[in-house]
Structures are given as C-alpha cells and as structure tokens.
Design a protein. Structure first.
Length: 444
C-alpha cells in the first residue's frame, strides 16, 4: 500500500479558512520529557497541564503568547481546571508523597499518594501549593462543578484501572469521587462522596481487553465527565459505557440513561453537550491515543465521535445514536490519530465543535444536524521530524476568538478560524473557561 500523500515532517498545513498563528515550545524546567495535556483559561491567561507540572501563558495578545510561570510538579497527567484564584490538578500516577518533590512509587503495596493538588494562583507569576486531596485510584481527570452556593465548588474525579495489587485502588471500582472545596478555605477540601454509578458492574467487556479493538473494555470507573450545571446534567465517558446523569443534587449524581456500543467503541473517552443539551458527542479513544487509526483499514466509524440525541423528559430521557464523525484526512502509519479533547464553539443556532485528533491535528466540525455532521476546517502538522516531539494535539479549545492547542511534543499552539459559519463566536467573550464545565450561551 502506498503511503498517503500529506504534509512533510513538521510541516503545518491548514484548510483555507484556518491558520496557525503562534507556537511556544516547552521551556525549562518542564522541557525534559514534557507532555502537554489539558488547558483552562482565566483573565486572558491559558493554564496548560504537563506531565511535569503546568505552565501559565499570557494570551492577551494571542499572536505573541508569553510564559508567565513554569511550575515543576510531576504527576501524570496534571489535568487542569480553575475557579477564582484556585487551580486544580489531577494526579493519576503513584507518587511517594503529595509534594512536588515526590518520586514515582511503582510498588502499589507500599505507601503512596495520588489524587488532586490545589494551587493558589492569585499571583500568577508565583503559584502557591496549598492542599492535596487523596482519591481512590487517583485522579485521571476531574471536572469542576459549581455548587448551589458560591461558597464552595465540587470536583467530580474520574479514575479507573483498579487492581488487587494496589492498596488504594481495589476492585470493584464502579464509582467516582466527589471533592467539596470551600472557596475561601481550600485547605478544608475533602472527599464528601463516592457514588457508585454502576451498581451492576457496568459493561462487562472482556477481562483480557484490548484497547485496539472495540467491545472489549470493561467499565471500571470513568475516564472523563462533562457537566452542564445550569441544566443540572452531566455526561460521563466511562470506559465501556456512555452515561447521562442528573446532578441536581451535586453530591448525589443520578444515572438517567446508559449506552454501550460493543461493535464500534473501544474506550468511551469524553463528552460534549450541544448548547441546548439536546445532544451529546461521545469520543472513542481507540488505541488509547497511541495508534494510527485514521486510515482506510480502520475506517470512518472506529476511533470516531458518536453523536447521540437526548430524547424524552426528566428521568425518562434516553440517549439515541444518530451518526459518527471522523476526520477524512488519511494519516501515515507513523502518526497516532484518534478523537480526543474538544469543546463547543459559542455560535448561536449551531452546534459546532473544535477538537484535537492527536497527530491528525485540530478539526472544526458541525453537528447541528446530528445525522449529518460536516467538517468546516482543520490545522495539522506532518509526522514529527524528531520522534521525541511526536504525539500531536491533546486538547483544542476556543477562547475569545482564537483556538488554543496543547501539543504533546511541540508545546503551545495558537490557531484561528475565519469562516462565516463560525464568525459569530468572535462576539462572545468570557473570563473563565473550563471546557468540561459547559456554560449556556444565549441564542441571538
């Protein structure tokens, strides 16, 4: 089979309506072994997670982003969210203790720590570590959920992969952890609930599961959760299950509906609501983010986005499958490519998503018609000239007129889309943005 034609190594190519604006490579002390992960936004700053810690960028001039702070604090994967002056980071790696000077603790029978770290970023040039909260099986990701009162916020912690060899991650693990954080006394943050979402054990899958094939992954917790607080809804991507939840009672989320798809989904990874909460996009991370799945052999329905309508009312609401979306740009066998982190653009009357596809780049696509999704634009790099800089884009989010991308190997990218379909989003301005905490924007 001939290699697909495409960009040369490290060459950046775009659709006519998109462009690459800027890049800031990793810098010390985070450059050695850096892996860029998730992004949160506050006051014209982007806070980007990294397996080595996190970086704060000043993006008030998106064409010239500047590093404000580099904080060395290892602990995969340092998924981030922000609320007022508090920064939260997920640690899903066993560490010798909760400090930023900790070492990996590979023996799960010995004392170790993993969970959530909390920083005070009132002075963004000098973030201050104030608290840690240990959680069962660590924190692969977390989702910030505003409380009913402004005095506190919640974190829904997603974690998985229990084992009898891990002292703080014993099976079964059919739950999430909920941390309550007093905003003005973050040192009092604690786990207040561990609700079991799957009392029946969830999708059984295959005990000898293979993430490179659909249908084998058993549900043993959740990978990621997106909440829509104003509508009291959450969508959980939970390994072998896609879940719709009522979160009216923040400490007691209630599962409304649950779907599986053993024919197409390998690993339910993340979720995004439409603006009116009538749809959910679930992503499938076939290959775990390390495989080349954007090719004719895999096809358009695996490693893709599954679009579901939410039908019915109240506790009778159901998730109904409508279609798949996958980028149509064929990648080489050297390029890991699969659906990953993204968010909704604030375009009135439309459901338009920007999304990372690892080395498939960043895509902008429309799922207003849930049965007929369409791509609008893209930016991508060719295969990495230096294999140590490979991996592609982890998260791509829209913030105040620009798209910001966290690349596993290349650092921080700024992108822009100029298209009559998406241009209305440029009028929307927001101070704080956590992509997994969806806010409603008004239809105009």
């Amino acid at each position: 089979m001939a290699e697909p034609s495409g960009p040369a190594p490290d060459e950046i190519v775009t659709s006519p309506n998109m462009k690459h604006v800027a890049n800031v490579p990793f810098q010390e002390p985070l450059a050695d072994g850096a892996v860029g992960t998730d992004i949160a936004f506050k006051n014209g700053h982007a806070i980007v997670g990294n397996y080595n810690g996190f970086t704060i960028y000043n993006i008030k001039n998106p064409k010239k982003p500047k590093i404000v702070a580099n904080v060395l604090c290892p602990g995969a994967q340092n998924d981030v969210s922000v609320y007022k002056n508090l920064l939260f980071l997920s640690v899903d790696a066993r560490r010798s203790d909760d400090s930023c000077n900790s070492e990996p603790q590979n023996d799960g029978t010995k004392p170790y720590w993993e969970g959530v770290r909390i920083f005070d970023i009132s002075d963004m040039r000098n973030p201050r570590y104030v608290k840690s909260v240990e959680t069962k099986c660590g924190s692969h990701t977390h989702t910030l959920v505003p409380g009913k009162f402004k005095s506190h916020v919640y974190l829904y912690v997603s974690s998985y992969a229990p084992s009898e060899s891990l002292s703080n991650c014993q099976p079964p693990h059919d739950l999430i952890s909920i941390i309550k954080v007093p905003v003005h006394k973050p040192t009092k943050a604690e786990v207040v609930a561990t609700p079991v979402l799957f009392p029946d054990g969830g999708f059984p899958g295959d005990p000898e599961w293979d993430i490179n094939k659909p249908g084998g992954v058993p549900t043993e917790g959740c990978h990621d959760i997106t909440v829509y607080p104003s509508k009291n809804l959450a969508a959980g991507a939970c390994m072998g299950d896609g879940v719709l939840m009522d979160i009216t009672d923040r400490e007691n989320p209630k599962v409304i509906d649950r779907v599986t798809d053993a024919e197409h989904f390998a690993f339910w990874h993340s979720a995004t609501f439409s603006n009116d909460a009538s749809k959910v996009v679930f992503t499938d991370e076939l290959g775990g983010g390390g495989a080349a799945t954007c090719n004719p052999e895999i096809g358009p329905e695996l490693g893709a986005d599954g679009i579901y309508d939410i039908v019915g009312k109240g506790d009778e609401r159901k998730l109904v499958f409508r279609s798949f979306f996958k980028i149509d740009r064929e990648q080489t066998d050297e390029e890991n490519c699969v659906a990953h982190n993204g968010m909704l653009l604030p375009v009135p009357g439309k459901d338009i998503m920007v999304q990372s596809w690892y080395m498939g780049g960043t895509a902008v696509w429309d799922f207003t018609d849930s049965s007929n999704p369409k791509q609008i634009g893209y930016v991508e790099r060719g295969p990495a000239a230096n294999p140590e800089e490979g991996g592609g884009t982890w998260s791509s989010y829209y913030y105040n007129g620009y798209i910001y991308s966290s690349d596993l190997g290349k650092g921080f990218d700024v992108l822009r889309i100029d298209d009559k379909i998406t241009d209305p989003a440029k009028k929307v301005r927001t101070n704080v943005l956590n992509a997994q905490t969806q806010e409603h924007y008004r239809e105009r």
